[in-house]
Each structure stands twice: as C-alpha cells, then as structure tokens.
Ligand binder design. Structure first.
Ligand SMILES: [Zn+2]
Ligand SMILES: [Zn+2]
Length: 178
C-alpha cells in the first residue's frame, strides 16, 4: 500500500503520474473501521482501488465492500447493512477544455488523492432508502411495543382496509340499530 502514513485515506499517486499513459496499479483498500464525515462509520472494509494513468490525468476505479450499522425502520433494532462502494473518478492534471460537465476534478499538486469524500459519497449512495433489518421484519406491536420478531405478545392488530372502513362502520351501526 502506498497510502500515506500520516493519513491513510490519502492515496499517493505522485510517482505513478510520471509513468506513461496506460500504467495501471491496484491498491488494496482494507480497514477494520473508518469514521467518515457525516457520521458515517464503516467496518470490515475490503476492496481495491485501481489507478490508470491517462494522457490527461488518472482514473480511479474503486470496488470496495463494507458494513455500516443502521437501525431498522420497523423494529428499531440495529443491524449491519452491507454496502458496495463502486466508483470511477477522473483526476486531471489541468482543467480539461470542452468539458461541459464536472465529471472530472483536478489532481492535487502533491499527487495525493483524498479518498475520504469519494468513499463517503459512494457509500452513502448505496445505503437503501428503506432500512429494514430483513425483508420480513415483523416490526413492533402497536399495542405493547414488543418486538414481534422475538416474541408473540398475543395482541392481534385488527387491520382495516381504509376502503372498507366506511362499510364496517355502517354494518356496526345497523347491528346496533337492529
Ligand atoms: Zn427490523
Ligand atoms: Zn403486543
């Protein structure tokens, strides 16, 4: 690994950019735990960042797996969500002409790429919108708050189809009237 000792999340490619275009090198990206800006904590991080030298700069290809802890929106228990952090980012030696979009960014003068925002942004992209510990999570009992994955508290929730609610009311009313 050629990650700088004082900051393991800065990838030093300064010696690579002196090589001819086409030069390719893979860097292992393995950490037990990483705390990233935005309160994002990753653990068991394993993967590779491949750097390709081009005419205009370098392309960083990341393929990393990690876990992050989320709390389930149904049962509120914490669970480990696997994340796939995949990216392709271009870092150029100089601003590119005719580039209408900002897909590429400038390579810092010292040739070190700050991986922190990259890892954070692409990890955040892979966090699902619906955070459930498992697809069939039963959630909490609305009556007593028990975790229905773990216990059967015996409460039965009467689930009423909103479209049927009016009909049910009518039926109950007619029973009372009878
Ligand atoms: Zn759950
Ligand atoms: Zn209950």
């Amino acid at each position: 690994m050629t990650l700088k000792k004082n900051d393991p999340l800065r990838l030093d490619v300064s010696y690579l950019v002196k090589e001819s275009p086409g030069t390719y090198k893979e860097f292992d990206f393995n950490f037990t735990q990483l705390s990233l800006p935005g309160d994002l904590v990753l653990v068991d991080i394993q993967g590779v960042i491949a750097i390709s030298v081009t005419e205009d700069g370098v392309v960083a290809d990341g393929d990393i797996r990690a876990l992050t802890q989320l709390s389930c929106s149904r049962c509120l228990e914490e669970f480990w969500q696997p994340l796939e952090i995949k990216f392709t980012e271009m870092f150029t030696f100089h601003p590119l002409e005719n580039s209408g979009d900002d897909l590429e960014q400038l390579l810092p003068a010292d040739g070190s790429i700050d991986l922190r925002p990259l890892i954070r942004d692409y990890a955040a992209l892979d966090i699902p919108i619906s955070r459930v510990c498992k697809p069939d999570c039963k959630g909490l009992c609305p009556t007593c708050g028990a975790n229905l994955n773990e216990v059967d508290c015996g409460h039965r929730t009467e689930w009423v189809d909103p479209r049927m609610a009016g009909l049910k009311e009518l039926l109950e009313k007619s029973e009372q009237d009878a």
